[in-house]
Design a protein around this ligand. Structure first.
Ligand code: SAM
Length: 284
């Protein structure tokens, strides 16, 4: 059985190339990469020679699958790198991984740099639970939908963005979230001009408007505040509405509890108090 190994490469600073990454590339029968010139430069910098490269980019990854599977079936190791960072993270990789798994080959990785994780851990925003949402679609209803999802998310959200679209994305986030949501712009990570800007969305709008964004950026957005806790009147109103359509009190209670994010027994007690009252009256 062969092994497909995903090898993470530096996102800017060549000092982040690990000894295991160099060894894995040197010991592969084939290195799949997005750009042979770019990866060729990396290989020669680290003295890796005699390993064939083949392009597996966004457009050619699927066409490369048969060749990779043939090598894996012959017991060889195939490495997969991208231009920078961890393959598969807003980069090619997923289709080759899926094909290798479907054909029962071993899939492994040499972990290393990834801009999303680095930006998250240095952001100062909660990082015990987070969502990586990659690049937002550029336009149309899909963009609006993803913006709604990202801004409604309670966990910290990590986004990638191109510098020339940064101002528009910050404007869109600001329009939905308002002034005060915290945001972090992590720029040129691991490079000479690494910079981490932290502030609110209102401040971010001014920040990106007053200087031309340049280089590579990660946006880290604080999660949304939990909705205000429902009080007894909210529960009563939701129950009245639900009881008009639900088959049973039990299902109305379950639906309301889930919708308002309150414990079922609290909703049930209120439902009981409502059914104990004479018709046409309601508790204050
Ligand atoms: N696979 C890569 C990874 O693991 O981070 C990401 C590749 S994706 C095509 C490129 C995007 O990642 C950039 O547009 C930027 O948003 C982010 N990125 C990559 N390198 C970065 C860096 N050094 N500083 C900040 N963001 C970076």
């Amino acid at each position: 059985m062969g092994t497909l190994v995903l090898v993470a490469t530096p996102i800017g600073n060549l000092g982040d190339m690990s000894p295991r990454a160099i060894e894995a590339l040197q010991n592969s029968a084939l290195i799949c990469c997005e750009d042979t010139r770019r990866t060729g430069g990396l290989l020669s910098h680290f003295g890796i020679s005699g390993v064939r490269m083949a392009i597996a980019n966004e457009h050619t990854e699927t066409a490369r699958i048969d060749e990779v599977l043939n090598l894996l079936s012959a017991g060889q190791t195939v490495a997969l790198v991208t231009d920078a960072g961890t393959p598969g993270i807003s980069d090619p990789g997923e289709r080759l991984v899926r094909a290798a798994i479907d054909h029962h080959h071993v899939v492994s990785a040499v972990p290393g740099p990834s801009a999303d994780v680095m930006a998250l851990v240095i952001s100062g925003l909660p990082c015990h639970r987070y969502v990586f949402d990659g690049f937002l679609p550029r336009r149309g209803p899909e963009r609006q939908q993803r913006l709604r999802e990202a801004t409604g998310e309670r966990r910290t959200v990590v986004l990638y963005e191109a510098p020339h679209r940064l101002a528009r994305t910050i404007d869109d986030l600001h329009a939905i979230c308002g002034d005060d949501r915290r945001v972090v712009l992590a720029r040129e990570l691991t490079k000479m001009h690494e910079e981490v800007w932290r502030g609110t969305l209102a401040e971010a709008v001014t920040h990106v408007a007053t200087r031309e964004p340049q280089g590579e950026y990660v946006i880290v957005l604080d999660g949304a505040e939990p909705p205000a806790q429902a009080d007894d009147n909210d529960i009563r109103a939701a129950l009245t509405e639900q009881l008009a359509t639900s088959a049973s009190t039990k299902s109305a209670v379950a639906t309301v509890a889930q919708r308002l994010g309150v414990p079922k027994n609290r909703v049930y007690d209120i439902a009981l108090s409502m059914s104990a009252q004479p018709r046409g009256t309601s508790a204050s």
